[in-house]
Design a protein around this ligand. Structure first.
Ligand SMILES: [Zn+2]
Length: 169
């Protein structure tokens, strides 16, 4: 598996840290999609449900790195309504099935980083990561602090995942 170094990622994280009051990138995606359905393609939104959506991570730790998150801007897991929780979990399961079908990984990491100190780039809008893993790649924690990305482009990942989303039940 080829990897490239993405040194801009640490710059991006630092930039975010200094701009905590700036517009939430996830809310921007949600709002852009309401105004213009084509924007979901540009923002790599794989699927939207009533209360949640699935989007490619623009700063992936590896190929097929997806985020599953509520549409509403909230940071605390406890603030999710029962409907959102059930929707989120259902989407998480489906995202994992689609990631397995698409990438045939040896394993999958899924989980959340709560708070910036725990590694969350956007701590104010709760989101869960789904990350395909292969034997021999580095550990999840090491990966978070690292700058490696696998060389599939976001466009390639996006078109595969959108097609497979409809194929996988
Ligand atoms: Zn938000």
């Amino acid at each position: 598996m080829d990897r490239i170094y993405a040194t801009w990622r640490s710059e991006w994280v630092q930039k975010l840290a200094g701009e905590a009051d700036e517009r939430c990138p996830f809310c921007s995606i949600v709002e852009a999609g309401l105004k213009d359905s084509e924007s979901d393609k540009q923002n790599y939104v794989v699927f939207r449900s009533d209360t949640c959506f699935v989007v490619l991570n623009l700063y992936p730790y590896g190929s097929g790195h997806l985020l599953v998150l509520p549409t509403r801007h909230l940071s605390d897991l406890s603030d999710l309504t029962p409907e959102e929780k059930s929707d989120l979990w259902g989407l998480l399961e489906k995202t994992i099935r689609v990631a397995k079908y698409t990438y045939h990984p040896d394993g999958i990491n899924f989980g959340a980083n709560l708070g910036r100190s725990a590694g969350a780039g956007i701590p104010n809008h709760f989101h869960m990561h789904v990350l395909p893993r292969w034997a021999g790649d580095s550990g999840f924690i090491t990966t978070i602090g690292d700058t490696r990305v696998i060389s599939e482009s976001l466009e390639q990942s996006y078109s595969k995942l959108v097609n497979n989303w409809n194929e996988v039940s």
